[in-house]
Design a protein. Structure first.
Ligand code: ATP
Ligand code: MG
Length: 246
């Protein structure tokens, strides 16, 4: 009976089994039924931990395949370690019949793949995915993401969760952030009372305004390596001039 309640109420499961009080956006993530979700949140806001809670809940209470993916295998392993830590805390959990660095399978029919997205070929061949989590998506290229997404096609209520802090107005994460078909979560540090103002001020001084606004205010600023500041470039355009004769 308790397991049924936890299956239907991931928030209660999180508080009672993991003994964690999820942050507001983590609660929303645990409860969402949207098929496409993008999280744009500041550094150290709890993105990876929130996604790990969701993956763990899926592994315990649902059947089907979960994929955790990041630009590098090391990053995916980091999330997998958090999932495992949560999994081991749970009094109600299935037995894992397979468990290695790349793949886990449970006696109840759930499974997990841990993959890197540094090359599209790494994920071709995956299928029947119910939940795909792409962490650090601003460092993932469009081709690798495009290779992963068809694996969700055959599962009716499959979900993809794309997570990052911004890194410029370029690439996969910027494209997805501007795609209307995704449910969007936006968390700049100004909306997070848990981070102290004095520590943030130190960070701003250390990293400079441009990087600070990217990492903590979640601004899609021009990339650090850009020769031109795109904001200045766009502000200089006069829309009343349609063409210039030379
Ligand atoms: N609900 C929570 N309750 C308490 N601590 C939390 C919670 N969520 C996250 N944390 C803590 O916040 C810190 C950052 O978490 P996490 O690594 O998930 O953030 P992140 O946004 O993925 O960071 P990064 O930007 O470095 O990838 C960790 O120490 C984690 O334990
Ligand atoms: Mg993270």
């Amino acid at each position: 009976m308790q397991a049924l309640e936890w299956a239907l109420n991931p928030l209660a499961w999180c508080q009672e089994e993991l003994k964690i009080k999820p942050r507001l956006f983590q609660r929303d993530l645990l409860n969402t039924t949207s098929r496409r979700i993008v999280l744009c949140c500041h550094r150290q806001s709890g993105k990876t931990m929130g996604a790990a809670m969701l993956a763990c809940h899926n592994l315990i209470f649902r059947t089907g395949h979960v994929v955790v993916a990041s630009p590098t295998f090391k990053q995916s392993q980091r999330m997998a370690r958090t999932i495992k830590k949560f999994f081991n805390k749970c009094s109600h959990r299935p037995v894992l019949t397979t468990e290695n660095a790349f793949f886990w399978e449970s006696e109840t029919g759930s499974s997990l793949s841990i993959v890197s997205l540094d090359q599209p070929d790494n994920i071709r061949g995956l299928s029947g995915v119910r939940l795909a989590i792409v962490d650090e998506a601003s460092a993932v290229d469009v081709e690798s993401y495009a290779a992963l997404i068809p694996s969700l096609a055959s599962v009716q209520d499959s979900q993809q969760i794309i997570i990052s802090t911004p890194r410029g107005r370029i690439g996969l994460f910027w494209e997805i952030w501007n795609n209307m078909s995704y449910e969007k979560y936006f968390l700049p540090v100004t909306k997070n009372p848990e981070i102290s103002a004095s520590w943030l001020e130190e960070e701003r001084k250390t990293m400079g305004d441009l990087l600070f606004s990217q990492e903590y205010l979640c601004d899609f600023t021009s990339a650090q390596s850009c020769v031109f500041d795109l904001d200045k470039f766009y502000n200089a355009i006069d829309p009343s001039i349609s063409a210039v004769m030379i």
